[in-house]
Design a protein around this ligand. Structure first.
Ligand code: ADP
Ligand code: GN1
Ligand code: MG
Length: 369
């Protein structure tokens, strides 16, 4: 889609002349750009995003969530002597004071302050990276523990309702729009044989065994920024899916992405394994930073949550493959199928290592007592 970035930027309260824009980042949903500006010789950049409003239909609700959560976090960060300009996102409003701009074609644009001198990791370089990432997401949970969840719009209802995701998969198999089901019989069989396991978090929530909290819901390592100087994870970003949810969604999804030895779309599955050392590092950071707010029922389900969230992502990729790749951006044929296969490989590996995962969680909790 061609686009007049200069004209889009002219809608926002930014100083200086437009120099250029560059595609930025590796997200699967939004389109992200670094926009360079020149303010009387002072060159700087901002982060421009086209919000995917096929997926996020309530952009007003979504942006209100982000404004509410970032201003709340800003106060918390300031109160503890941190730097709110680097430790949370800052929305730059339009000249009309709105949090986003809708252009004539219906595209919705937002601008954030670009948090400079940070890096984004696509995979952990060391266990310390994951310890730090765990601390950031555990801290996010802790900081938002008293946020009024009922004020948040549910931007994607049932986002991590795994049984509902299973129903959607079954519908996609039955419809088989692209005629692809026959070629992925093995993956379909893998998914359908785990229906019971898939419901364990949803059941625990329904039965009130675990609490509903304000959660991030998309806790990939690349949804955090690492300070280039300290190499510590300083900011949780990509707040589009902040909603009421379970801490197990955040924990499990982070493990899914970060404790793998391979990329999410690796085609050589021998490179994709679940790494207990990475698992331990993230888990330690997460439990420590959540500062005692996790209940016993939640910690007992942590290993299962890692499996379920990995499985859920796998069935979402499989569903999208069957439906003709309409949800996740793809960059090659079979991209969603490749992604599904890495997730299922991880699920199988985690199932083998399940007892070790449980022992690790228990040991971390004991060491913290
Ligand atoms: P998506 O929803 O498509 O995943 P993200 O909001 O995660 O989009 O942004 C994509 C990438 O852009 C991130 O992984 C990160 O590298 C970078 N990014 C996002 N926001 C900022 C920011 N405020 N400052 C610096 N980099 C950012
Ligand atoms: C999407 O936007 P991004 O790339 O951070 C997706 C997540 C998936 C993830 C898989 C709104 O996240 O739910 O887990 O891809 N976001 C949405 O990589 O669906
Ligand atoms: Mg992202």
């Amino acid at each position: 889609m061609s686009c007049d970035f200069k004209s889009v930027m002219s809608q926002f309260c930014v100083y200086g002349d437009f120099i250029k824009s560059e595609a930025y980042g590796c997200g699967h949903i939004n389109d992200t750009y670094a926009v360079y500006l020149d303010n009387g010789g002072n060159k700087y950049r901002v982060l421009l995003q086209r919000i995917n409003n096929n997926i996020f239909s309530d952009v007003d609700g979504l942006m209100n969530n982000i404004l509410g959560v970032t201003s709340y976090l800003r106060d918390k960060i300031t109160a503890r002597g941190g730097d709110p300009d680097r430790e949370t996102l800052t929305v730059i409003k339009t000249k009309d004071g709105a949090p986003y701009y809708k252009d004539a074609e219906g595209s919705c644009w937002r601008v954030y302050v670009f948090i400079e001198d940070t890096i984004t990791l696509q995979s952990a370089r060391t266990n310390d990276d994951l310890y730090s990432c765990g601390s950031a997401f555990g801290g996010f949970l802790r900081d938002l523990a008293d946020y009024k969840a009922e004020t948040l719009a549910e931007v994607i209802p049932d986002f991590h309702n795994t049984p509902k995701r299973m129903e959607t998969l079954k519908k996609a198999i039955a419809e088989d729009k692209m005629g692809r089901a026959q070629s992925v019989k093995e993956e379909i069989e893998f998914a359908l044989s785990r229906t019971e396991m898939a419901a364990k978090i949803a059941d625990a929530l329904k039965e009130g065994r675990i609490p509903l909290r304000v959660t991030h819901n998309d806790t990939k390592l690349n949804n955090t920024l690492v300070d280039a100087a300290t190499q510590k994870c300083i900011c949780v970003i990509d707040l589009d899916t902040v909603m009421p949810g379970s801490a197990l969604y955040d924990y499990g999804d982070a493990i899914r992405f970060s404790a793998s030895t391979g990329a999410e779309d690796e085609t050589d599955l021998s490179k994709v394994n679940f790494d207990l050392g990475l698992f331990e590092a993230f888990t330690k950071g997460y439990i420590e930073a959540s500062a005692g707010s996790l209940t016993g029922s939640e910690t007992a389900l942590m290993p299962m949550a890692a499996i379920i969230m990995t499985f859920e992502c796998g069935i979402r990729f499989l569903t999208d493959y069957l439906e003709g790749d309409t949800y996740f951006k793809i960059h090659r044929p079979n991209h969603n199928l490749d992604r599904c296969r890495t997730q299922f490989k991880l699920v199988a590996d985690m199932e083998i290592k399940y007892n070790d995962m449980g022992n690790t969680v228990e040991r971390i909790i004991k060491e913290l007592q």
